[in-house]
Design a protein around this ligand. Structure first.
Ligand SMILES: Cc1ncc(COP(=O)(O)O)c(C=O)c1O
Length: 464
């Protein structure tokens, strides 16, 4: 553990070396002094940039330096920062009814009805359980599955991210999170299976696999040696919980049949299928839900992040029979279904339901991908691009044949990008990925600017 401990002095020197102006540095230093050193800000960036204003796909720090937003607050501000329609809905609702405990209100009831019909679960014969964050959405989904089936085990993919609260951290096997911190979490009755990603499948020095990962899962659910069977041989598994694409880890897209296969396994073994669309949902992949690409129907869906249009909101949408099992007060959350957040969410859904809205996202994604392909043709270090609409994961390698991960190169690209005003994340199983998370409506000229700057910083990083 000790090698992971970072002192205030370490962070202060990182801030000192960061490409920020004086006001931004002063605010970052105050954060070091007064906020927990465990903040994600210091993991996401060597030194956290401090933003004071956002408009569309642009952000400005405390010294007025401009950045292109390629994170969208980790897929929260998917219509750009401070979208005028969302801001207007927020202001109007804030002057009418801000919040009244976890009770129904007009906007919340309307939102529940819309989510039931949009989730495609049992032809709309579904129910909604509101919360505030992605993590509490996942906790609610897991509780519902365990309560409905009376069984304890939840199985999830290695590398999935489902939250970092006490109740979800054990489900998050993203490297470095579960292993380092889960001793503090409620981690019992969880099993893991391999996530198929075909770029390195079959290369024995890497853990990645193709669809055979699911054959192994099926073996684990069958026969007398199943780790999940009780003494009578009955499976003790409530549900499989899956991200359709692995987002927080680095924007990995599995083979098209991944969810179909999970659905088949759930049906065969009598398990529920919980799909975590907290990050993939609501348009980023060019469909409302990423699972729409597979033609499957989940039993339980979790949505959050962009649902609230920048305000905290989560929703579990589940088969009506599953959420009809609860007795009143089985779940209580003072801040759930906040009226202002629900007003923003109804506006987000209005915008996504406009004719051609999702096609427009796909067109912008295709334009982005064409430019990235051009860069890849002259930069073999850009070894692979996961792409579905504007869901883009870039994988960098030092040897394109051996597919050797180039994590140092990515650290330099990210650092130079920050200096040049690109907000980039670094992720991946091997730390060699850059997920691009622009707003769904990022203007074409900002895509051009991003591509031009990205190519320049890749050039520089390769030379350095
Ligand atoms: C797929 C997925 N599930 C759950 C969560 C947890 O959401 P939150 O951080 O809002 O609790 C995240 C957050 O990144 C996520 O990407």
């Amino acid at each position: 553990m000790s090698s992971k401990v970072i002192s205030e002095a370490d962070l202060e020197s990182r801030v000192g070396a960061a490409p920020f102006g004086d006001r931004t540095k002063a605010l970052a230093l105050s954060a070091v002094q007064f906020e927990s050193l465990g903040s994600v800000a210091w993991g996401l960036f060597p030194a956290a940039p401090v933003m004071v204003r956002g408009q569309g796909s642009l952000l400005w720090d405390a010294d007025g330096k401009e950045y292109i937003d390629l994170l969208s607050g980790f897929s929260v501000s998917n219509f750009g920062n401070c979208h005028p329609r969302i801001t207007e809905a927020i202001c109007k609702q804030a002057g009418t009814l801000t919040h009244y405990f976890d009770l129904p209100h007009e906007g919340r009831v309307r939102l529940a009805e819309r989510l039931c019909s949009l989730a495609g679960i049992r032809g709309g014969n579904a129910k909604v359980l509101f919360g505030t964050t992605g993590s509490d959405g996942v906790e609610n989904a897991v509780r519902a599955a365990r309560f409905f089936t009376g069984k304890p085990y939840i199985l999830t993919a290695k590398g999935d991210y489902h939250g970092a609260t006490f109740g979800t951290i054990g489900l998050t096997s993203r490297a470095g999170i579960n292993a380092t911190y889960s001793p503090g979490g409620a981690t019992g009755n969880i099993g893991f299976f391999g996530f198929p990603h075909e770029y390195r499948a079959g290369l024995s020095e890497y853990g990645n696999s193709g669809m055979e990962a699911l054959a192994e899962l099926e073996r684990d659910l069958s026969g007398g040696f199943s780790p999940y069977a009780d003494a009578s041989g009955n499976l003790n598994v409530a549900a499989i919980l899956a991200e359709p694409f692995q987002s927080s880890l680095g924007y990995y897209i599995p083979p098209r049949d991944y969810l179909k296969e999970l659905r088949r396994i759930c049906d065969r073994h009598g398990l529920l299928l919980i799909i975590d669309e907290v990050q993939t949902g609501l348009g980023r992949t060019g469909r409302l839900w990423a699972y729409d690409h597979s033609g499957i129907e989940p039993d339980i869906l979790v949505t959050s992040k962009t649902l609230g249009g920048g305000l905290p909101l989560s929703a579990v949408v589940a088969r009506a029979d599953i959420l009809s099992q609860w007795v009143p007060t089985a779940h209580i959350n003072t801040q759930a279904g906040n009226a202002v957040a629900c007003a923003a969410a109804n506006t987000v859904l209005d915008m996504l339901e406009e004719p051609g809205a999702l096609d427009d996202v796909t067109k912008r994604g295709a334009y982005f991908k064409e430019g990235l392909d051009r860069i890849a043709r002259t930069h073999p270090s850009l070894g692979y691009i996961d792409h579905e609409s504007i869901y883009l994961g870039l994988e960098f390698v030092s040897d394109p044949v051996k597919k050797t991960p180039a994590s140092e190169l990515v650290s330099r690209i990210r650092a130079f990008g920050l200096r040049e005003g690109l907000l980039l994340d670094q992720g991946g199983y091997y730390g060699n990925r850059i997920p691009l998370i622009p707003a769904l409506n990022i203007p074409y000229e900002l895509i051009d600017r991003t591509l031009e700057t990205l190519e320049a910083v890749i050039d520089e990083a390769e030379r350095t």
